[in-house]
Design a protein around this ligand. Structure first.
Ligand SMILES: Nc1ncnc2c1ncn2[C@@H]1O[C@H](COP(=O)(O)OP(=O)(O)O)[C@@H](O)[C@H]1O
Ligand SMILES: [Mg+2]
Length: 358
């Protein structure tokens, strides 16, 4: 037997399959083929790693927070993964049975698309809530893939909201007032408490993002692992610092998530190192890899959590969701490191896991 045949068993199996006229799958099931891969190939290592991660996640607890956590997903850079992060973290937590609301506050309505909720022009949406004082309860839609995932959609009407809000009364607090009212109504009706509310922001620091930051208790910042990643972060931190000083003193930057990470490039590694150096306590241990499955899920009206739950991208988002859930019960009140901005009262990701495991 050639040395190569010993290493790659399907070379032998292929010949046998032709003789016995059996399908390749009967002769050598894919699951066996994967096990037979030499364990030092990158593919085999990835398969092995992913199956361990799947197993770990199957047994992982996603604890409920003590109170509703309101998290704004913000970064004024476009295309860094805000929407992808919002819908996939939300879906990951909903998959674990937690009660989730996603507020789509981007006129592009990409979160509404990924969650497969109607957002054609004229659909009751966040626009009517912000501009016309429509009760939020009249805009709530159910995500078809997850029983405990609700969404306030955004329609194209929202693109004019920034201008319309500019002259409105309480223009920075309109979302907060609407959400407070909705939560009180839910309470009065005896509905289950929401565990998480995520607000997806547009790629600007205008009134929509400001409303979201005023409403939230936490800000989550997705950072794309590429050259310009840290540019603009100073501006975002300044804006958050201003909101903390004048409008929402309890807002903290609790979570930073590295997205579109490519472990094969030095650049991704360098950006990740730099971000972890500046935000050691806030940066999640999980990083989101660049993945075709993640990017194609929305075109099927799905999150990657429902579209391909065992893919590397889905596993990464589930791991990130679990870290966030764990941090919610293991906050240690540790001081932050960026001056005016409250950053990360929660412990580092790994410390958090240890605390919960203990
Ligand atoms: N991990 C990923 N792998 C591959 N493509 C991604 C990933 N995350 C996001 N994308 C793609 O990048 C684009 C921008 O992502 P998006 O979440 O819409 O960013 P933002 O909301 O910040 O503008 C989208 O086309 C999305 O599908
Ligand atoms: Mg977006």
């Amino acid at each position: 037997m050639a040395a190569d045949d010993r290493k790659w068993p399907w070379n032998r199996v292929g010949a046998k399959a032709v003789k016995n006229v059996k399908s390749a799958e009967e002769v050598f099931p894919a699951s066996q083929a994967i096990r037979a891969l030499p364990s030092d190939t990158p593919l085999a290592m990835q398969v092995e790693l992913d199956s361990r991660r799947r197993l770990a996640l199957q047994h992982a607890a996603f604890p409920r927070p003590d109170a509703t956590r309101i998290i704004t997903v913000a970064n004024q850079k476009g295309g860094v993964g805000k929407t992808t992060t919002t819908v996939n973290i939300a879906a990951g937590l909903a998959k674990a049975g937690l009660n989730i609301l996603v507020i789509d506050s981007d006129p592009q309505g990409n979160a509404s698309t990924a969650l497969n909720v109607d957002h054609r022009a004229g659909t009751p949406s966040i626009y009517e809530v912000l501009v016309e004082d429509l009760p939020m309860s009249e805009t709530i839609a159910q995500c078809p893939d997850f029983e405990t995932l609700l969404c306030v959609p955004a329609t194209i009407d929202l693109s004019g909201a920034d201008l319309q809000l500019a002259s409105a009364v309480s223009r920075e607090t309109r979302l907060k007032m609407a959400l407070d009212r909705y939560l009180r109504d839910r309470d009065a009706q005896g509905l289950d408490r929401l565990d998480y509310i995520f607000i997806d922001c547009p790629p600007t620091l205008g009134l929509l993002t400001l409303n979201a930051l005023v409403t939230a208790k936490e800000a989550m910042i997705p950072i794309q692992c590429e050259y310009y990643a840290l540019e603009g972060l100073t501006q975002l931190m300044k804006t958050i610092g201003m909101v903390t000083q004048h409008l929402n003193p309890t807002l903290e930057v609790s979570t930073i998530l590295l997205t579109m990470y490519d472990g094969r490039t030095n650049l991704s590694q360098q950006v990740a190192d730099e971000v972890r150096k500046h935000f050691p306590r806030q940066t999640l241990g999980a990083t989101i890899p660049r993945s075709v499955r993640v990017s194609e899920a929305p075109s099927h009206g799905q999150t990657v959590i429902s579209y391909d739950p065992s893919s590397t991208g889905a596993l990464a988002y589930l791991e990130a969701a679990r870290e966030i859930a764990v941090s919610g019960v293991a906050s240690a009140g540790i001081a932050g490191n960026t001056g005016d901005v409250n950053v990360g009262k929660a412990n580092s990701a790994r410390q958090r896991e240890d605390e919960v495991a203990a």
